[in-house]
Design a protein around this ligand. Structure first.
Ligand code: IMP
Ligand code: MG
Length: 185
């Protein structure tokens, strides 16, 4: 298996869309300020959303704090049954405006498990931002407030997304294709 050439979503396309998403988020959370009591906390889902969140956060025009949650649900390209989460928080989300940033919304199980646990901390507001949405595979009725791109049911890598921990470093997003298909044989 290897990443498609050309990419499904090249770096420039991703960056342009991230800038748009940052504008929407900044506009929607414009009333928030550290002194105004509704400071925005961005919760980044590791590892996949690392690069997306880093680019998004740096383009926001509202003050933010950043927290992390680690989630693991995938073995290879198949969805695992269990979602393993670890919250690496340094402060409570109680009464805060929270933006959960995830790489991809697939079956919805990972995001749903994380949101359920975030709600227990009673944030004042909780919004979901995903870079990619794969609605074809949804098992739980999850809808994101901000979606970068809606894609078909295909396994993608790059820009944080991995296949068995590889390819996260690619600047664009590529479909994972088998070597024979890629070489045309
Ligand atoms: P869900 O729980 O099925 O919604 O899966 C979400 C998680 O599965 C994401 O956070 C990704 O880590 C992983 N995932 C889903 N689809 C892909 C893909 O096409 N490439 C890489 N990882 C994926
Ligand atoms: Mg992942």
């Amino acid at each position: 298996m290897q990443p498609s050439d050309p990419p499904l979503l090249p770096e420039q396309v991703l960056q342009a869309r991230v800038a748009e998403l940052a504008e929407y988020v900044s506009r929607d959370f414009a009333g928030c300020s550290a002194s105004g009591g509704c400071e925005l906390t961005v919760v980044v889902v590791l590892k996949g959303a690392l690069f997306f969140a880093a680019d998004l956060i740096r383009r926001l025009s509202v003050p933010v704090t950043v927290e992390f949650v680690r989630a693991k649900s995938y073995e290879g390209t198949r969805a695992g049954e269990a979602v393993d989460t670890a919250f690496l928080f340094t402060s409570s989300l109680e009464g805060k405006s929270v933006l959960l940033v995830e790489d991809i919304l697939d079956t919805g199980r990972t995001t749903s498990a994380i949101i359920e646990q975030l709600r227990r901390q009673t944030p004042a507001r909780l919004a979901l931002c995903v870079l990619l949405d794969k609605p074809a595979r949804r098992e739980l009725p999850m809808v994101a407030d901000y979606v970068g791109f809606t894609i078909d049911d295909q396994f993608v890598v790059g820009y944080g997304l991995d296949f068995e921990e590889r390819y996260r470093d690619l600047p664009g997003i590529h479909v994972l294709v088998d070597d024979e298909a890629e070489s045309g044989t």
